[in-house]
Design a protein around this ligand. Sequence first.
Ligand code: APR
Length: 348
Amino acid sequence: MPLKLIREDITKLSCDAVVNAANQTLLGGGGVDGAIHKAAGKELLAECRTLGGCKTGEAKLTKGYNLPAKYVIHTVGPRWRDGEHGEEELLRSCYRNSLAVAKEHNFESVAFPLISSGVYGYPKDQALKVAVDEITAFLLENEMLVYVVIYDKSSFRIGAKLFDDIAAFIDDKYVDEHFEFNFRRRSENLGAYDGAQESEPLIGETNILPPMPMPMQQATVTPYAKASLDDALKQIDESFSDMLLRKIDEKGMTDAECYKKANIDRKHFSKIRSDRLYKPSKTTALAFAIALELPLAETKDMLMKAGYALSHSNKFDIIVEYFITNGNYNVYEINEALFAFDQSLLGV
Ligand code: APR
């Protein structure tokens, strides 16, 4: 995925360049500036002294020295006043100019902190939207792996109502799954569950384990069932890749529109397109389902073609299911919720 939102200390990332949220002197400070200078060592400051400072919105390059990253792109974000003094445009130019420096030096990977969202007071959710906006615009025309590093949870603010709704949804789904699992495990341990329901079924208890499949020679397939079985078998021939390309056509999207919206890079997509039996990761398959805005049943079909299912025993899947069930395909909002529940994020 060309744009990844990650929770990390940027000084730990070994990408081609990390971006520093500096001040105009470039002589160090607190926050991420202080952390980068501390991790890089004195030589970074010595090189910064030779740069003659940096204007707000501009970007300058130095080596990374003791950092795992090879280079540091220093940029100076705007101080937030009230949003009426050109702050957004200056913040956008920080991302554009830093990405231009990365492109000029053929960097393959770069990591951004949320510029201006700390000491400079830029509202974090707006700072994140600007970052995602500018980076995705750049990635429409360029190939690069770009990380946006979220250092603290307050970067994602999720409404209390939405949080409670999702928590209730998780409880519903999660409890069912774990209830069945625990009951089965308890029964098997007690030897009580031998397929026959000796004890009274618990309230709402249904036959947990699927009935033993009938040996095929006993199975009788009526002509009607046989026909639908043939149709079903035809569907089985459709691979994940076939289904994806069919859905893109049905939605009237171009390939590029779809894979960009799914935050999948061109190389990865061409692999999927050229190999009908390609097996994507679950996150990739989900990202396409979200980009295509598939209803839940079709999302499950698409996942199944890739050999996966939406599981009610993990919160990530339940949260994504919540958004699909509510017809909300805004990856940004899905990520805010995933982040609020300490889950990994979908590519933006
Ligand atoms: N890794 C990743 N992100 C970090 C780290 C870190 N180690 N430390 C802080 N951050 C995050 C903050 O949580 C915030 O979201 O970086 C974002 C930017 O915050 P600041 O570092 O305070 O930068 P900024 O708001 O742009 O203010 C710049 O602060 O440190 C001084 O010298 C700097 O004067 C300049 C001003």
